[in-house]
Design a protein around this ligand. Sequence first.
Ligand code: SAM
Length: 249
Amino acid sequence: MNLESVSSLPEMLEIWQKTLNWQPTNQQQNQFEKLYQLIIEGNRNFNLTRITEPEEFWEKHLWDSLRGVAPKQHFIDSLHQGASIIDIGTGAGFPGVPISLIFPNCQVTLLDSTLKKINFIETLLNNLSLTNAKTIVGRVEEIGQENQHRHSYDLALIRAVGTASACAEYSLPLVKKGGLAVIYRGNWTEEENQSLENAVKQLGGKVELIEEFTTPLTNSIRHCLYLRKVGNTPVNFPRAVGVPKQKPL
Ligand code: SAM
């Protein structure tokens, strides 16, 4: 692989500090750089992401992935304590891979229904020597009904996989009582609140926080929806493959 031909990621230490009260170590910065180079290289063979310019990659993939697990600008406590995490519809590994790089005590499961993407992530994990992350190929509607995964995770993360109520149905069944599902969104409107509240209630959760923020380089609006698991999810959820999307709760 020719790593010389691609430009480098910016460090942005002041912005990390200002927005997340945190900065990457030199080693973490090197890992970010390696991740970037591997994704750019992988993109030549597979159509993984449209976000390839260094600053855009930094903002939309690295910063955005970590900002989602830092509501009110502080990382969620269970991340420091070694949480079990699932990233649903991880694609090229976002938000799960940056989180597993920064929190080596966490166990991160990266789930996607596309074998080609999961194969790519396997090479990524090997190249980055990331031993705290593993992959699964499958549909979340089926994984969410398996005993091994259901009610098993402290944190379920989901970015760009569907409507908020479909994402709630995909994520909450996988979360332990007391754990959190985090839905990463671009826009969010008041009208969407009601259907989300309704879906979350049926799934054994409650809407704990909806946070709006702007990204630090392009000032784009983002939202993260934090859903707390307060009860058990009834056995009929998630519904069969395709149903959460076609007939949202
Ligand atoms: N989360 C990544 C990100 O934000 O960059 C990728 C988002 S991509 C638009 C959506 C991904 O979700 C795709 O890789 C797709 O294969 C996966 N996906 C969609 N529906 C799924 C399902 N029901 N179960 C598992 N993965 C799914």
